[in-house]
Design a protein around this ligand. Structure first.
Ligand code: FAD
Ligand code: FES
Length: 352
């Protein structure tokens, strides 16, 4: 096994990367906080310019990394393996971002403590950690779980607040014929042992207390719920509003808790909206695509920050709406729930 030096300019920071690990994996292993999202070559968050050295990028998605970007020397660090010493130019980073605590990423053994359907296609799973018995994470982060009897890992975001560090809660949307979600929906049993690794991800509430606009759809509720639960524990004073999109009334859940944050937080509003109402929904709330509801209700959000979580198309549709309302892209933070299969169909990587 060969090892190569990776140099980060303009900071002259250097770390070692083995030839069988990605540059992102090596950086996180050594506590260097490079930007990333999906770790699967699908979202493009980890894109950086390689100004010197050779990389194996055969796993990188042609969607997240266009051919012309490749020609210019850009790389997806979650999918790039070094073939020599490499120098990366991180012009739009600042040193404090690079040095932000990464948190220790490791494997955990856990036991299933609860499995409950909260809608017809979303399952609430609670895992009690066994070894180690607790996990330090930041609200908004995710873990990867090993699908039992396979070598496949899938990402799921914690819904519990970090204060509840021994029992992790997840909201798993059941995708028809999906490998992990079929297992969760049909086979996962109380007391079963599972392996997870983490915590991963940089989706979290920024410390700077600007008003926060949250947008989620479906199981994208999980990381937002973790953040709101923590905000309620600390009585975070910032103004905040949460737009939650679902198709039908039957797709909404945890409504008591979500409306309850209006009493537990000093300045919070919850706005659920349905995109496909039917008469038996008896729905008097907002209707339409969640992005349209945001555009209607918040025409001017200058000075706000936004936090989005859910499917790639929902986030791609929301970003221009938020930009038009005055939230620059620098203040939009999001986690796209891309599936491995979606990354592959885009030509993306599946290595972990
Ligand atoms: C950072 C991150 C965090 C995530 N957090 C969560 C979470 O908290 N809860 C959660 O439920 N999921 C979450 N996901 C998605 C999750 O990791 C899996 O991709 C998802 O559960 C599907 O896995 P699967 O094995 O069941 O389906 P696969 O076997 O991977 O896919 C089966 C088929 O379903 C299609 N498919 C996959 N996803 C969807 C979809 N959403 N809608 C329609 N078709 C789809 C695929 O294209 C494929 O054809 C997250 C993903 C990322 C990257
Ligand atoms: S983290 Fe590399 S493409 Fe998503």
């Amino acid at each position: 096994m060969a090892e190569y030096n990776i140099t980060l300019m303009p900071f002259s920071r250097r770390f070692v990367c083995r030839d069988n690990e990605t540059i992102l994996a090596a950086a996180l292993r050594q506590g260097i906080n490079l930007r990333y999202g999906c770790r699967q070559g699908g979202c493009g968050t980890c894109k950086a310019l390689a100004v010197a050295g050779d990389l194996d990028q055969s796993d990188a998605s042609t969607f997240a990394l266009m051919d012309f970007e490749r020609d210019q020397g850009y790389a997806l660090l979650c999918s790039a393996y070094p073939l020599s010493d490499v120098t990366l130019e991180l012009a739009d980073y600042d040193l404090s971002e690079l040095d932000e605590a990464v948190g220790q990423i490791r494997e955990y053994q856990a036991v299933v403590r609860d499995v409950a359907f909260v809608t017809h296609d979303i399952v609430d799973v609670q895992l009690a950690l066994v070894e180690p018995a607790s996990m330090n994470f930041t609200a908004g982060q995710y873990v990867e779980g090993l699908v039992p009897q396979t070598n496949e890992w899938r990402a799921y975001s914690m819904a519990n607040p970090p204060s509840q560090s021994g029992v992790l809660e997840f909201l798993v949307k059941l995708i028809p014929d999906g490998l992990a979600s079929s297992y969760v929906g049909n086979k996962l049993k109380l007391g079963e042992h599972v392996t997870i690794s983490g915590p991963y991800g940089r989706f979290h509430l920024r410390k700077e207390p600007r008003p926060a606009l949250f947008v989620a759809g479906g199981a994208g509720l999980a990381p937002i719920l973790s953040i709101l639960r923590e905000m309620a524990e600390t009585r975070d004073p910032r103004p905040s509003i949460f737009f939650y999109g679902a198709r039908r009334r039957r797709d909404l859940f945890f409504l008591d808790e979500l409306y309850g944050f209006e009493n537990r937080l000093p300045d919070f509003r919850f706005v659920p909206a349905l995109s496909e109402t039917a008469p038996d929904d008896e729905w008097e709330g907002d209707t339409g695509l969640i992005t349209d509801v945001v555009a209607r209700k918040v025409p001017d959000a200058s000075g706000w920050q936004s936090y989005l979580c859910g499917s790639g198309p929902m986030i791609d549709a929301a970003l221009p709406v938020l930009e038009r309302s005055g939230i620059g892209l620098r203040n939009c933070f999001y986690d796209k729930f891309l599936s491995r299969a979606e990354s592959i169909s885009l030509g993306g990587a599946t290595g972990r």
